[in-house]
Design a protein around this ligand. Sequence first.
Ligand SMILES: CC(C)(COP(=O)(O)OP(=O)(O)OC[C@H]1O[C@@H](n2cnc3c(N)ncnc32)[C@H](O)[C@@H]1OP(=O)(O)O)[C@@H](O)C(=O)NCCC(=O)NCCS
Length: 134
Amino acid sequence: MANHFKMVIRKEQRSEVESNLVDLLRENGKVALSMVAEEGGSILGHILYSPVTITTSDKAVPALGLGPMAVLPSHQRRGIGSALIIASLEKLRQRGEKLEMDCPDEVFMVLELIPGSAPSGGGAVRYAQEFTTV
Ligand SMILES: CC(C)(COP(=O)(O)OP(=O)(O)OC[C@H]1O[C@@H](n2cnc3c(N)ncnc32)[C@H](O)[C@@H]1OP(=O)(O)O)[C@@H](O)C(=O)NCCC(=O)NCCS
């Protein structure tokens, strides 16, 4: 499976940073969920979640961080990325996970998979240390 991640990420022409990050997270047991989109035996996209912690003044709340994810450039804008998000969030809900985080460049989003799970008043989100070592 790790090779599929490398293939999709490299074809997507981003730096090797993200495929190295996926390797590290896997090696260190920090992958909470990973899924691929597949057609006719070919991997077209992938999504990965890793554990994060939301720290408030008085507690640390476990959550999941989304990323990296990627879809082959030749297959983008066809709904594959959306399908991966929908299917993975459904899986996380079935597993009873409570919170999911996403942090694209411009905004930071929190999704409560179980309403009321996010700490009121906010907090600091800490990703796995692997995110800082690649
Ligand atoms: C982001 C990515 C995974 C989306 O996958 P996708 O299969 O193309 O997404 P979808 O076809 O389901 O598109 C869903 C919506 O996402 C948004 N979107 C998708 N690609 C976009 C892009 N390049 N720029 C801006 N918005 C984009 C659009 O709103 C789109 O809806 P629309 O087609 O009606 O405009 C894909 O573009 C990709 O691999 N990008 C490079 C890697 C990356 O940035 N990963 C995310 C950070 S780890």
